[in-house]
Design a protein around this ligand. Structure first.
Ligand SMILES: Cc1cc2nc3c(=O)[nH]c(=O)nc-3n(C[C@H](O)[C@H](O)[C@H](O)COP(=O)(O)O)c2cc1C
Ligand code: SF4
Ligand code: SF4
Length: 357
C-alpha cells in the first residue's frame, strides 16, 4: 500500500505537490484552478507593500528553459485581503501566503494576511547578499504571526549560508529555489529584439533550473534541521522523487503549470504514487534524504551490458569518446580495455541496456 501523504507542521497534505508563486496563483480564481488540478496545498503569489508594475512582455518559453521578468503581485495587499484571500480560504486546502521583501514590508503585511494563512513564505529575491535584512524580515514575521514562516532562496546567492542564517533567525522551513538570473533571450527572427521587456533581462525557470535547484536542496538539507521544499523544473513524478531523495519534504511547481496547464499537480502526484508502488516504497519518509545518505559514487569497472534490452539505437556508441562501445548484429558490445569508466553511456541509454558495472 503506497502512502504519499506528508505532514508539514500542522498541515497534513495528501501528497507533496503544490504550486509555486507565479501567474498560476495570481488570484483566487487561479488558486481554485490549482485545487481542481489536484494540488495538495496552495501558495498565493508574492504580495508586497506596493503593487508591482511589471514590464511587457514578461514571459517566453524555450521548452528546456523559460524566461520571465514578472515581479511580485500586481494587486495591492488591500485587494488580496478584502477579496482574493477570503475567497481562496473557502477552497479548503492549506494556504501558504508569499510575502516580500524587507522587515518593514513584512511587519505591515504579515498581520493583515494572517487570518487566511496556514504558513508564510518570504521571498528573498530582491534582497541583497547580506543575510541581515532577510533575518530581520523573518523576525518581523515571527513576531507578527503564530504560523510557520519559510524563507524562499534565490539560486544565484549562497544558499547554504542564507539557509543557516534563516534558521538562526527562527525560520521554520526553507524553499529552494526562485528563478535564476539575470539571463537574456534574443529573438533573431525579429531583428534582434529582446524577448523580455523592460531592461531586457529575464529569469530562468523550468527544466534547465532543476539540477541547480536540486543541488541547493541537497546542500540546504544537509545544513539545517527544518523542512526544505524543493522547486525548479518539476514536471513529472520522477522529478519529485529526485527532490525527495535530495532531502526535500515537499515540492512546488510553477513553469510546468504555465506551459502544460493547472492539472499538472495531480498528474505529477499520480505519477509519483505509481513510481513508488513499482519501486516498493510504502511512504515518502522511505524516499526522503536517500541521496544524502548514499556513499560516494564510484565507477571502478566498465558498464555491465544487457544486450537483450538493446534496441541498436547507437546513442551510447556515438557519445563514447573513447571508442569502447560498438554494435554487433544491432546489439551492444564493449572493448573493456578502452573504457575509462567515464559513466556517460549509463545516462545515454534509453532502454536500460547499460547498467552500473
Ligand atoms: C512567470 C513567473 C513568475 C514568478 N513569480 C514569483 C513570485 O511572485 N514570487 C516568488 O517567490 N517566485 C516567483 N516565481 C518563481 C517560481 O515560484 C519558482 O520558484 C521558479 O519559477 C522555479 O520553479 P519552476 O521551474 O517550477 O517554475 C515566478 C516564476 C515565474 C516563471
Ligand atoms: S563508461 Fe565511458 S568510456 Fe566506458 S563505455 Fe561508457 S561512455 Fe565509453
Ligand atoms: S544506447 Fe542502449 S539501446 Fe542504444 S545502442 Fe546503446 S545500449 Fe543499445
Amino acid at each position: 500500500m503506497t502512502d504519499t501523504a506528508v505532514q508539514l507542521w500542522q498541515m497534513k497534505l495528501a501528497h507533496p505537490v503544490m504550486p509555486a508563486a507565479g501567474p498560476n496563483v495570481m488570484d483566487a480564481k487561479a488558486l481554485r484552478a490549482c485545487a481542481q488540478g489536484g494540488a495538495a496545498a496552495l501558495v498565493a503569489k508574492t504580495i508586497s507593500s506596493t503593487a508591482a508594475v511589471i514590464p511587457h512582455p514578461n514571459m517566453a518559453d524555450f521548452k528546456n528553459y523559460f524566461l520571465n521578468t514578472e515581479l511580485w503581485s500586481e494587486m495591492s495587499v488591500d485587494e488580496w485581503v478584502e477579496r482574493e484571500l477570503p475567497e481562496a480560504r473557502q477552497i479548503g486546502l492549506p494556504l501558504i501566503v508569499s510575502l516580500g521583501y524587507n522587515a518593514q514590508d513584512i511587519a505591515m503585511l504579515a498581520p493583515r494576511v494572517r487570518p487566511f494563512a496556514d504558513a508564510l513564505e518570504l521571498s528573498t529575491h530582491y534582497v541583497g547578499n547580506d543575510p541581515k535584512p532577510m533575518q530581520d524580515a523573518v523576525r518581523a514575521a515571527k513576531d507578527a504571526v503564530g504560523v510557520p514562516v519559510m524563507v524562499k532562496l534565490s539560486p544565484f546567492r549562497d544558499v547554504h549560508g542564507t539557509a543557516v542564517a534563516a534558521q538562526e533567525a527562527g525560520a521554520d522551513g526553507i524553499i529552494c529555489v526562485n528563478s535564476f538570473g539575470p539571463a537574456l533571450g534574443v529573438d533573431i527572427e525579429n531583428g534582434g529584439r529582446l524577448w523580455m521587456g523592460g531592461k531586457g533581462y529575464g529569469w530562468i525557470s523550468g527544466p534547465a533550473l532543476k539540477p541547480i535547484a536540486l543541488r541547493a536542496v541537497y546542500d540546504v538539507a544537509r545544513s539545517v534541521d527544518i523542512p526544505v521544499i524543493g522547486v525548479g523544473g518539476i514536471s513529472k513524478g520522477t522529478d519529485v522523487v529526485e527532490y525527495l531523495m535530495a532531502g526535500a519534504s515537499a515540492v512546488q511547481v510553477c513553469t510546468a503549470a504555465i506551459t502544460r496547464g493547472q492539472t499538472i499537480y495531480g498528474k505529477i502526484a499520480r505519477e509519483l504514487a505509481i513510481w513508488m508502488a513499482e519501486h516498493h516504497y510504502a511512504s515518502i519518509a522511505e524516499i526522503k534524504g536517500l541521496a544524502l545518505r548514499h556513499p560516494e559514487t564510484l565507477m571502478s569497472a566498465p558498464p555491465q551490458l544487457l544486450p537483450e534490452r538493446c534496441t541498436g539505437c547507437t546513442y551510447c556508441v556515438t557519445s563514447c569518446m573513447y571508442g569502447a562501445l560498438y554494435l554487433e548484429n544491432r546489439k551492444i558490445r564493449l572493448h573493456p580495455e578502452l573504457c575509462t569508466h567515464c559513466g556517460l553511456c549509463l545516462s545515454r541509454c534509453p532502454s536500460g541496456a547499460l547498467q552500473v558495472g
